[in-house]
Design a protein around this ligand. Sequence first.
Ligand SMILES: [Fe+2]
Length: 291
Amino acid sequence: MTAQATIEVKELTSALGAEIRGLDLSAPLSDTDTTAIRQAWLDHQVLVFRDQHLTDAQLTDFSRHFGDLDSVPGWEPFSPAGHPNVLIISNVQKDGATIGVLGDGEASWHTDMSYLDQPPPGSLLYSLEVPETGGDTCFMSMYAALDALPPDLRRAIEGRLLNHDSSHDSAGNLRSNHTAFEDVSTAPGARHPIIRIHPETGRPALFLGRRLHAWVVGETVEASDTLLDQVWEHCTREEFTYRHRWQAGDLLMWDNRCTMHRRDPFDAQARRIMHRTQLKGDAAVEAATLA
Ligand SMILES: [Fe+2]
């Protein structure tokens, strides 16, 4: 007799997001539940697990069920000791220095590390301390945004490549070891089709990375900005999004290949501590994303 998955999947919005109930992620995960979670992840794009109590080792072990893990170049000092694949996202200060990255400001819409040739397919974010208000994370379905794109706009971007700037983080700050530039067509980074095929679901999705410093390859900067502004105005409609209001103990797992996310700012005096892992991109799988 085949083992039954123990999880319950509760859809959060019609566009994306599902809460997974019935699992303690600190315990070993069965193959059946791993398969069920992976399928729910592909179906719903963002998964929410509430009321978890995870050590960094348990967060790492759970994340590894879904692929090899990666770290973020330049942010190695912000990993907990002994856990190089865990990154601390926090505004909390200790001994005059911040213990994590991204501070308390807004993080604008983005896909994690789309400026790499092989971007991470997914990320996981676990909350240890959260402010009472602010700091919500919003997710956008890039399947739903593409499905609803006006035909003339879709034709304008079909077959086009987008340059994904690698020199700024999702809070808009210039990364260390990068120099500022005036002309976005000279920005460093990776080039990806604006419409990509998801390698596991086979569904086409918009892949925009982030708006700041993006450039449609081959266009003048003005024409590129006009086109991208139209696409972004279409995408950032509430009907394509899910807003997550964090509680301590939440673990979120999202698919970077078909979603974007953003974060609200929060009170600088409040404490917010998140631990994050990310899945490693793969060149062979990446080749399957070419439309
Ligand atoms: Fe992010």
